[in-house]
Design a binder for this molecule. Structure first.
Ligand code: HEM
Length: 342
């Protein structure tokens, strides 16, 4: 498959980000029902599902590659601590390097290549004009620490979870496009601690059941799930620490601009056991689409209308769109014949 990579677009200031018709067609629309509730929604991540689907490869590279890599470099320049690695996670970082380099080279040979001669590796990334020879496992032979080096070359955020005492600990990550959370704040926390702010899920034991499942994931059996929220403007970096830059935008949505300003933000999360360190690698690949682009698919718009209209108030509040919830419902109502009287 030949992906056409866009020239660099922005996720801040003038927000030039846009989706091509092809990107809209392959958008991972998350709603399978007219009502949404939290569930333990995990399934095997066996890349297949069609040549062009976001699930077709282990890691999805798309037309936004250069734009997202540029955005990541801007965030890291401002806040280097968006990449945090505790010393005991060094081996897990090399696991991550291996998984990403071998997958990308095998699945996108036109863009990436890897040659391995024992521990002497040579990596080429033609999209970013990078070519480096290094000794696998020896950080001093890479131009940057391993997680940052590879994290600057792949779309999506990454966390590496150390597994101890049947629990998971957020002990490393490169996180430049989180949906309103903070790596610095969550670093070192356990599974139930970092999920502490999530409403409603604890009463259904979602996290208890999910954790049991996760700690038993063996090597070679990755799983995936989708998560979603809404974001104002095509802003990738909605981290808690930059709230002052984007929080006020929530009150700027009105009936005239809702279709262009409000974006559905979907995370394709993949969880994979690392063979050397026994860590879990958690990748969060974020996709953004405006309501205007969603409404080019009337079935999506109708379903989303029903989901957003019936969403429990605690989730509207937690996901941060209480202030413009009604504008979204009103806009999407035109695509739903059963919407009279919204
Ligand atoms: C093991 C890797 C995982 C990591 C690192 C992770 C991390 C996070 C973080 C940082 C948040 C934001 C919490 C906040 O508001 O501060 C979150 C939210 C959430 N997580 Fe996880 N999570 C993981 C796995 C899972 C799994 C397996 C499930 C469910 C089966 C799950 C379900 C949720 C839900 C429902 C939310 C609320 C999201 C929303 O409504 O927007 N997570 N997660």
């Amino acid at each position: 498959m030949n992906i056409a990579i866009n020239k660099i677009q922005t996720f801040r200031d003038d927000f030039t980000y846009s989706n091509s018709p092809e990107a809209i067609a392959r958008f991972p629309f998350p709603f399978t029902d007219d009502e949404y509730k939290y569930t333990v929604n995990m399934e095997p991540h066996q890349p297949k599902d069609g040549e062009n689907s976001v699930y077709a490869r282990f890691f999805d590279i798309d037309e936004h590659y250069l734009s997202e890599m540029k955005e990541r470099s801007l965030v890291l320049a401002e806040m280097p601590k968006r990449c945090l690695v505790m010393p005991h996670m060094e081996l897990a970082c090399w696991d991550m390097i291996e998984k990403i380099m071998t997958s990308l080279a095998a699945q996108y040979p036109q863009h990436f290549s890897l040659t391995q001669d024992g521990d002497n590796w040579c990596w080429e990334n033609k999209l970013l004009n990078i070519k480096d020879s290094f000794v696998f496992g020896d950080s001093s032979t890479l131009p940057k620490p391993p997680m940052e080096y590879i994290g600057r070359q792949i779309q999506g955020d990454f966390a590496l979870l150390d597994q101890r005492d049947d629990d998971l600990f957020l002990d490393a990550g490169i996180v430049t496009c989180p949906a309103d959370w903070s790596l610095m704040f969550d670093a070192g926390m356990s599974f139930s601690e970092w999920h502490g702010p999530v409403p409603m899920a604890p009463s259904q034991n979602i996290f208890e059941r999910a954790l049991k499942y996760l700690v038993a994931i063996p090597v070679g059996r990755p799983v995936r799930r989708l998560n979603w929220t809404l974001t104002v403007n095509a802003r990738m970096d909605t981290a808690s620490e930059t709230y002052h830059k984007w929080g006020h935008e929530r009150s700027e949505v009105n009936a005239e601009n809702v279709a262009e300003k409000v974006h559905l933000r979907v995370e394709l999360q993949v969880i994979d056991r690392m063979p050397r360190s026994n860590a879990l690698m958690f990748s969060i690949r974020t996709y953004l689409i405006s309501l205007a682009d969603i409404s080019t698919n009337p079935q999506w718009a109708q379903r989303m209308h029903r989901v957003i209209k019936t969403l429990p108030p605690a989730l509207i509040e937690y996901k941060g769109f209480a202030r413009y919830h009604q504008h979204v419902v009103d806009y999407l109502a035109q695509f739903d014949e059963s919407a009279a009287g919204d």
